[in-house]
Design a protein around this ligand. Structure first.
Ligand SMILES: Nc1nc2c(ncn2[C@@H]2O[C@H](COP(=O)(O)OP(=O)(O)OP(=O)(O)O)[C@@H](O)[C@H]2O)c(=O)[nH]1
Ligand SMILES: [Mg+2]
Ligand SMILES: [Zn+2]
Length: 396
């Protein structure tokens, strides 16, 4: 949206997205920066604060504020809590939302209070799996109404047809599952997840499933690339048991989203990690022939040994959301030390001379695998309708 500086969409009480001005001088994060009001495409429930340091040390800080002024805020926040219960959204069944009560562990089938929906610009993300909510029981059965959605932290989201699709909220880490084979290993898909995790400050863990199907030596070089950048990489197999105990340790007492392509074995891995889970999985012959997802909806479940996992449906493509083309390089974390040494401050590391990234590539400081990923990302993504709030123009 071109008209920066102007608050839009705005009756008092509605939320606005504030984008705090870039600071070119320093890499240090600062608190009180100048406000600029921008158009807001996010949903009313999203009150997450986001802050990021881009590659050249410039700072983008942005927050979505619900109800900066009176009315809307009161509608959303001032709920009469008497008789309400606290819980967490575990899954969606049709239009109904399953909420697990914090105190009793019972599941309630809930709807959403009308005002929450009507104030939301993006109906799709009003309530998402993993949300912490305040809800009121209605009637004698396990039914209720969600009165309030608490502010989120740790969101895993992706783009989908030009809009944000929040996969799961309130997570600490994402287990990125990519199979060694069947379906074939896709390091560039892993990179997309890694970028998103960096962007949202969620810890990524890379799990390479179905290791029993390959000769480990064949993948060694590719896996080493991720490890050398500093990521935790776990080769695993439910057939041999490789990696399962390590996964158990990493998942214990954490909030973990499990994501990856369909058929890579996400649900199977979780069942191996905690045998009480009994998540649906499909036979090899089944999933390859039908080409559909076995896990149809995200499901948040507690682990017997502590912590929660959210098993999500497989994805085909992982489109990045809310990440500008000009900052992608900075989220390839091993590029960071070099970026500032490029001759041109807006170097794209493609055709420019005196490019420190290309030099680092030549010197073996950056791997070709990751550099190719970077190039692909630049080419493939539909950047023009990303980041509508940042003046790149939104087309629908
Ligand atoms: N050989 C081998 N096969 C595995 C392994 N893990 C899972 N599989 C098989 O892979 C197929 C798919 O497993 P799922 O756990 O359903 O895969 P998913 O990632 O949950 O798939 P969606 O729910 O569709 O996203 C099943 O036939 C599993 O038996 C493994 O370690 N080795
Ligand atoms: Mg599954
Ligand atoms: Zn460069």
């Amino acid at each position: 949206m071109a008209d920066k500086g102007k608050r839009r969409g705005g009756k008092s009480g509605q939320k606005v997205r504030v984008d705090l001005r870039r600071n070119k001088q320093t890499r240090v994060r600062q608190q009180n920066m100048t406000h600029e009001f921008l158009d807001d495409e996010q949903s009313a429930e999203d009150v997450s604060r986001e802050e990021r340091v881009t590659n050249r040390g410039s700072l983008f800080r942005r927050r979505t504020v619900v109800g900066v002024t009176a009315d809307g805020d009161q509608l959303l926040r001032n709920v009469d809590e008497t008789g309400c219960r606290r819980g967490r959204v575990s899954s969606f069944i049709g239009l109904n939302i399953m909420v697990r009560c914090d105190s009793s562990g019972e599941e309630f089938e809930c709807s959403v209070r009308g005002v929450l929906r009507s104030l939301a610009r993006d109906a799709r993300n009003v309530v998402v799996t993993g949300d912490r909510v305040l809800f009121r029981q209605e009637g004698d059965d396990f039914q209720g109404v969600i009165e309030r959605v608490e502010p989120r932290h740790g969101v895993l989201s992706r783009g989908s047809q030009g809009r944000e699709h929040v996969l799961v909220a309130n997570i600490d880490q994402v287990l990125i599952v990519c199979s060694a084979a069947d379906p074939e290993f896709r390091p560039q898909l892993v990179d997309r997840y890694l970028l998103t995790a960096e962007r949202h400050e969620i810890r990524p863990i890379v799990c390479i499933s179905k290791m029993d199907l390959v000769n480990p030596a064949d993948l060694q070089a590719q896996l080493r690339v991720f490890a050398e950048v500093g990521y935790t990489v776990i080769p695993a197999s439910i057939r041999t048991g490789e990696g399962i105990e390590r996964l158990r340790q990493l998942l214990r007492n954490r909030q973990t989203a499990v994501s990856g392509q369909s058929g890579v074995g996400k649900s199977s891995l979780l069942n191996a990690v905690d045998q009480d889970l009994n998540l649906a999985t499909s036979d090899v012959s089944d999933w390859t022939s039908k080409g559909t997802h076995t896990t149809r909806r995200a499901r948040l479940v507690p682990l017997a040994f502590g912590g929660w996992v959210c098993d999500t449906p497989g994805i085909r493509q992982f489109e990045l959301w809310d990440l500008g083309l000009e900052e992608v390089d900075g989220y390839f974390i091993e590029f960071r030390p070099f970026i500032a040494h490029c001759r041109f401050p807006n170097c794209t590391h493609t055709h420019e001379s005196n490019c420190a990234i290309k030099q680092a590539l030549e010197d073996g400081m950056i791997s070709d695998q990751r550099y190719q990923s970077y190039l692909r990302l630049r080419e493939e993504d539909t950047w023009q309708w990303k980041n509508p709030a940042r003046g790149q123009g939104k087309q629908s």
